[in-house]
Design a protein around this ligand. Structure first.
Ligand SMILES: [Zn+2]
Length: 440
């Protein structure tokens, strides 16, 4: 058994207001390997330089976990070390947000392209090495928010990941990876094929955020069979999560809208915060460019940007909608049926390309709406965010789109870069579960 633990008193002390270490810490915060074979949990802390709660939580686990009473490995890695060690403790990133950088295109650029390119390559080298040791490893990315908020777990809605996420008694958020490109946790799944979750624990400086991260890590260690809290004289960490979730832990939300910051005068509307209900076309959510920012869709405000440093292109806020349990369960059953995917591939206006990917006419896709693709286990890889008309106008719009799609069948297959088509794809981890997946 081996134990490596990077002692970093300045990072380690939550009571220190803004601890900036004097020498850059190593990316490996610590690891504990048991002599007994078993799964690996890798936690990522400080992917945003100003979010330190995950570091404190990981260090608590490294101090508590007894290698004699575990199997497998626990590994804690630092995310954006350059931002974490910047003299200004509120630095989220230097050149690029690391949690928006990890796209396929950016990985084809050299590490010298920016500070965060170098961080990204180094982080993913570490992840790739862990993946070689344990192809079934799980990644948990630990974040906190600028505004006070209830803790949540976010994940890509593939069935193997869903099963793991349900072990955490926290509200569940789907669809982050469709509105935000280049998320670290998403890249871990895309590049390595591993299950990956993200926790938003609460506000940056709130000590309770550390407790939430710690309880989340323990719950996963327990669920994966790596270590059990009772063997470490600890009570059930799920209780901490349930309490923090205000017993709303079974609720599930789908991310429906992202508003970007476009002007330096951006400010949230007074009284609007995480959880505020808003109506499309009516509710004022924020102000920027001296104009009010009106809700584009109805729903609930999520992750309003209260950071001190805001830059154009950053997330201003999101709008989410609740998903019913019936929909959630039906979607698990439907997506495992081969006939469902055969049917979808043969719909007018739908062109299968390769690798379980479909090009779908945008006008038809907008009427079918994203929920339908989500229901069948598809992910929107590229969409234009258009929303369908309502009422009778939507029926007419649907008939028109369907008729056009029928004639579309005779036409040449569209090019992948045609903006009149949405790209949707079955989720990688679902496809790997499907015994028939090689047939397509
Ligand atoms: Zn973050």
């Amino acid at each position: 058994m081996t134990t490596t633990h990077q002692e970093h008193p300045k990072l380690d002390d939550p009571s220190t207001e803004h601890p900036a270490p004097s020498a850059p810490p190593a990316r490996l915060l610590g690891r504990i390997d048991s002599n007994n074979p078993g799964p690996t949990l890798v936690v990522l802390a400080a992917v945003h330089g100003n979010e330190r709660a995950g570091i404190h939580a990981a260090q608590r686990i490294l101090r508590t976990l007894d290698p004699e009473h575990m199997q497998g490995s626990f590994v804690a890695l630092l995310g954006n070390i350059a931002a974490l060690t910047h003299p200004d403790p509120e630095t989220r990133f230097i050149d690029h947000d690391l949690n928006r950088l990890c796209t396929h295109e950016r990985f084809s650029e050299p590490p010298s392209s920016s500070v965060e390119h170098a961080q990204m390559f180094e982080l993913f080298d570490h992840l790739a090495r862990e993946h070689q040791r344990d192809p079934d490893m799980v990644v948990l990315d630990l974040h906190t928010t600028s505004a006070p908020s209830t803790p949540i777990v976010a994940f890509e809605d593939a069935l193997p990941t869903r099963e793991l996420a349900l072990a955490l008694p926290l509200p569940r958020y789907l669809g982050l990876e469709e509105e935000l490109q280049g998320l670290v946790f998403d890249a871990a799944t895309r590049r390595l094929g591993v299950r990956s979750l993200l926790i938003e624990a609460g506000q940056h400086q709130d000590p309770e955020s550390i407790n939430i991260h710690e309880a989340s890590i323990w719950t996963l260690l327990d669920t994966l069979g790596i270590a059990h809290p009772s063997d470490h004289k600890l009570t059930d960490p799920r209780e901490t999560l349930r309490r923090a979730a205000h017993h709303n832990e079974r609720a599930c939300y789908d991310l429906r809208h992202r508003e970007p910051i476009t002007a330096p005068d951006f400010a949230m509307e007074h009284g609007v915060t995480s959880g505020t209900r808003v109506s499309a076309g009516r509710s004022v959510i924020a102000h920027q460019n001296t104009q009010p920012c009106i809700a584009a869709v109805s729903g609930i405000v999520f992750l309003p940007n209260m950071q001190r440093h805001k830059r154009p292109g950053d997330d201003a806020f999101f709008i989410v909608r609740k998903v019913s349990h019936a929909w959630f369960d039906l979607s698990a059953r439907l997506r495992t049926q081969p006939w469902v995917h055969t049917l979808i591939r043969n719909l007018p206006g739908v062109h299968p390309t390769h690798d379980h990917e479909l090009l779908v006419r945008a006008d038809l896709a907008a009427v079918l709406k994203r929920q339908l693709f989500h229901l069948f286990g598809y992910r929107l890889v590229r969409h234009d965010g258009r929303t369908p008309a309502v009422g009778f106008a939507r029926i007419t719009q649907g008939i028109r789109a369907f008729t056009r799609a029928l004639f579309d069948r005779a036409a040449h297959p569209p090019r992948r870069d045609d903006p009149e088509y949405w790209i949707v794809r079955r989720r990688r981890l679902d496809v790997e579960l499907d015994p028939t997946h090689d047939d397509i």
